[in-house]
Ligand binder design. Sequence first.
Ligand code: 2PG
Ligand code: MG
Length: 411
Amino acid sequence: MTDYIKEVKGFQLIDSRGNPTVGCFAITDGGYKGFAIVPSGASTGVHEAVELRDNDKTCFLGKSVNMAVDNINTEINDVLKKEKFFCINEIDRRLIELDGTENKCRLGANAVLAVSLSCAKALSNSAKQPLYRFIGGENATSVPVPMMNILNGGAHANNNIDIQEFMIVPHGIETFKRQMQAGCEIYHSLGKILKDKGLSCGVGDEGGFAPNLQSDEAALECICEAISVSGYDTKQVGIALDVASSEWVKDGKYVMKKSGKTLDAAGLCDYYERLIGKYPIISIEDGVGEDDFDGWKILTERMSDKIRLVGDDLFVTNTKRLKQGIERKIANSILIKLNQIGTLSETLDVMQLAVANRYENIVSHRSGESEDSFIADLAVGTNAPFIKSGAPARSDRVAKYNRLLIIESEL
Ligand code: 2PG
Ligand code: MG
């Protein structure tokens, strides 16, 4: 590659929740551009890379990101301008060095990631390659199955449901195009079922419905009904849950605030086993808390031969955390979120480590998103078997699915 990054320029933009976020333009010497907007989580893991916010209560309720944007426009831009970078690994390595902290809190993981992703896009444009090819080369051949979040609870919705995400997974249907069709049809069926019951059809942060229901199990009942009235069976369409239980941890127990239940890790596993026996659940994410390694051991020993056990807050897209998990033989899948670690290269490293150890990669959006569809190309570039990007509705969510529809037609 002969082209190099000439300049980066940061902006404060707005995310899908109405909060400020960081956007960045990168321009190569040859005039090719790349643009990226970083996402932001609500149920963030304590071990994630840190996004820099101004904490000025008079501005966007403390959430403005002017310092992160300034870091791009001064320190980072100065370095990139002075030292010519032709390749994304080198850029990421230099950004990590420049930040100098373990969790990117000095420059801000939001600043660092915006630069990393926009530079990757600029270099891929310069190489005249689609982004997924730039990431994965000729090996990038498969489109992931979508995990579509059609009912929201937990920290993502103002309702009485404790489980954060109820996702439908059309894993028994061929082609992404048909999988999306099934997702949309089931989403609308669910909306109708809720409406007919006189329940709210308002949505949560990720576009899924957010009704008040009798229980979390009632949500599963409604979803199964929606799958069936849409003409699909449970071999074609399964269910994935992100229980996001790190949010429930209190004094060594799991307190489901909304329903008022308190359980220990073994009790939670009993609960999940009962649900798995009754519903077509194929995957549970963050079944126990991010630092509850004993709980993860129980969960893994009891359920890893039956379903996917996904570590999100547990692994935070971090090679060191995944290595610990591999050594302890806990979980069997990993959620991949670029902003948990802060650069493209580190994300690719952890995905490789996962594959080498037979953990499945599930590429993921954040609950605060934008029109940026980078993760669609990331999933194809790495042949990830799954992507979760929220409901098959709302532009911030479908931007990724639409990109995958286009990529599938190219492949
Ligand atoms: C999760 C994500 C995305 P958040 O927990 O998996 O669905 O939520 O971005 O709020 O951490
Ligand atoms: Mg999660």
